[in-house]
Design a protein around this ligand. Structure first.
Ligand SMILES: [Zn+2]
Ligand SMILES: [Zn+2]
Length: 187
């Protein structure tokens, strides 16, 4: 029983790497530079790569004795929300990929677990799982619009940047103080 899942990869899919032109001789190299649309939900809750955005793949495929080593970077735009003030964040990220994909029926394929080493499906490599792992590790779980974002006033919800330095809800505004006396008289 082969360990790899029986799902069939589409060689035309932009995140599937086709190694047919890479000789299965250790040391053989091929580079892959392409732009691929980002798949859905690439990221974490507060920040992610917008679906369909351009991902720049700059990868090196190297034949090793038991498979193909894929290394390089994938970069693209990220969009999210500041965890403190909810302002929009528009930035970019670059993740490093380094993953070994074992040939089907190789010793590595037979002796390692699915989560230790990637698996090739014939001549094809599905880059998406490794890319997702790398992106999740790279993106902050608590993103900030800037390093020292002061966040929002918990009382009125206004950004501290837009409030005067002495902003406070502690003392009653003199105008409202008069009003509260009025209410007391009615009682
Ligand atoms: Zn912020
Ligand atoms: Zn306030």
């Amino acid at each position: 029983m082969p360990k790899h899942s029986p799902s069939h990869l589409d060689p035309r899919s932009p995140l599937v790497l086709d190694t047919r032109e890479l000789p299965r001789r250790p040391g053989a190299l091929r580079t892959v530079k392409r732009v691929a649309p980002a798949p859905a939900d690439l990221g974490v809750e507060l920040i992610s790569v917008p679906e369909g955005a351009d991902l720049d793949l700059d990868l090196r495929l190297e034949s090793v004795s038991e498979g193909v080593l894929v290394s390089g970077t994938v970069s693209g735009p990220v969009r999210g929300e500041c965890g403190r003030c909810l302002r929009e964040i528009n930035t970019s990220m670059a993740v490093t990929i380094q993953e070994l994909y074992a040939y089907e029926n190789s010793t590595t394929d037979a002796t390692t677990e699915e989560d230790e080493v990637g698996r090739m499906q014939g001549d094809l490599i599905d880059l998406e799982p490794a890319l997702r792992d790398a992106v999740v590790l790279t993106l902050p779980t608590n993103p900030r619009c800037r390093e020292d974002c002061p966040g929002l006033c918990p009382e009125c919800g206004v950004h501290w940047d837009e409030l005067p330095a002495d902003h406070s809800h502690q003392q009653i505004d003199p105008r409202w103080a008069g009003l509260s006396q009025l209410t007391r008289k009615e009682e």
